[in-house]
Design a protein around this ligand. Structure first.
Ligand code: NAP
Ligand code: ZN
Length: 351
């Protein structure tokens, strides 16, 4: 079927209306009419080919919530009319060890991204900046939030799981001091989730104007990371740091804040590398630098249920589809409070 979408044909071109083709739902497929789609910084990296792997035309969007419009004959978990979510993946090989362990994002054969196709070649896929998406039910998530909250649920499908998974993996919880670096889409979810898990949360921001929001969102302390005196107060204090920054920066600034055996996990994926950290900052206190990629489908459902139980949604600014190019420019200026979410009804009736 042909559906309306919004995407780009080249790295230096703005996003614009286009039409794409979706497959007719197969026996295991769920067809979802998209209500809202969050805007992730990865959408911008991809639309502009900053990771040098973009297939064009590119239709971004992997924070998708909508209503089930049709289901295939073998679908058991969803029925027409249900709310449903789709995150960053729409398929994986299903038979390698990571897939068996429910860690499809680390699939040995490369998962299929919701947009920009399989990691290791193959056909392009088109994301959530569109009217409708068709996805195998194994990659569709159940939404238990109240219907009135679903625009704020959309960003949980990427920003939520990308912060939840490492916070769980490295044991954020009572008695732990957790640093979150950067108060953007991922960072603000990191603050909310680490707080809900019971950790003592220290937010590090380059934007003094975000201090009050940081405290409101759940940080116990906020440190303006451009002020060396404020940073020095946290030296050697933190068990774990979740670094969400989307641009290259000095990792040493934050590594020195870890306790002995502490870990800083990078989830930000800048186009250019960070300057090399000072090896003595690692050796002398047995510190680690790690990375983490979104989360598996099982853990994404666990995160959505955790958020429904704790009344957690993303803080959003709802935008019409045609505003997307301006939204990208604002994201680059760290001017997002704290996730743009596209109201997909505006794609059907452009203004
Ligand atoms: P975002 O909303 O733009 O937030 C990034 C935040 O980083 C900004 O709000 C800003 O916070 C801080 N920042 C930006 N430039 C900075 C600089 N030069 N120096 C220091 N701080 C800076 O982006 P996002 O959607 O949260 O995504 C963040 C990154 O994670 C992107 O690279 C994205 O591609 C990546 N990502 C990774 C995964 C994964 O699985 N690992 C999943 C999704 C996204 P302050 O104003 O508070 O300083
Ligand atoms: Zn994302």
């Amino acid at each position: 079927m042909t559906v309306k979408a919004y995407g780009t044909h080249a790295s230096d071109k703005p996003l614009e209306p286009m039409e794409i083709t979706r497959r007719t739902p197969g026996a295991d497929d769920v067809q979802i009419d998209i209500l809202y789609c969050g805007v992730c910084h990865s959408d911008l990296h991809t639309a502009r080919n900053e990771w040098k792997n973009t297939l064009y035309p590119s239709v971004p969007g992997h924070e998708v919530v909508g209503r089930v419009a049709a289901v295939g004959a073998k679908v058991t978990k969803f029925k027409v009319g249900d709310l449903a979510g789709v995150g960053c993946m729409v398929d994986s090989c299903g038979h390698c060890p990571p897939c068996h362990e429910g860690e499809e994002q680390y699939c040995d054969n490369g998962f299929t991204g919701t947009y920009n196709g399989p990691l290791y070649g193959g056909e392009n896929t088109y994301g959530g900046y569109s009217q409708t998406i068709v996805v195998n039910e194994s990659f569709v998530l159940r939404i238990r939030h109240a219907e009135k909250d679903i625009a704020g649920v959309a960003p949980l499908l990427c920003a939520g799981i990308t912060t939840y998974s490492p916070l769980r993996h490295w044991g954020a919880g009572p008695g732990k001091k957790v640093g979150v670096v950067g108060l953007g889409g991922l960072g603000h979810m990191g603050v909310k989730l680490a707080h809900a898990m019971g950790a003592h949360v220290v937010l590090f921001t380059t934007s003094p104007a975000k201090i009050a929001d940081g405290l409101r969102l759940g940080a116990d302390e906020v440190c303006v990371s451009t002020d060396p005196a404020q940073l020095a107060r946290h030296a050697g204090q933190l068990d774990f740091i979740l670094n969400t920054v989307a641009a290259p920066h000095q990792l040493d600034t934050y590594l020195q804040l870890l306790k002995r055996d502490g870990t800083m996990t990078l989830v930000g994926a800048p186009a250019e590398p960070h300057p090399s950290p000072n090896v003595f900052g690692l050796i002398l206190k047995r510190r680690s630098i790690a990375g983490s990629l979104i989360g598996g489908i099982r853990e994404t459902q666990e995160m959505l249920d955790f958020c429904a139980e704790h009344g957690i949604v993303s803080d959003i600014e709802t935008i019409p589809m045609h505003y997307i190019n301006t939204a990208y420019e604002r994201m680059l200026k760290s001017d997002v409070r704290y996730r743009f979410v596209i109201d997909m009804a505006t794609l059907k009736t452009p203004t």
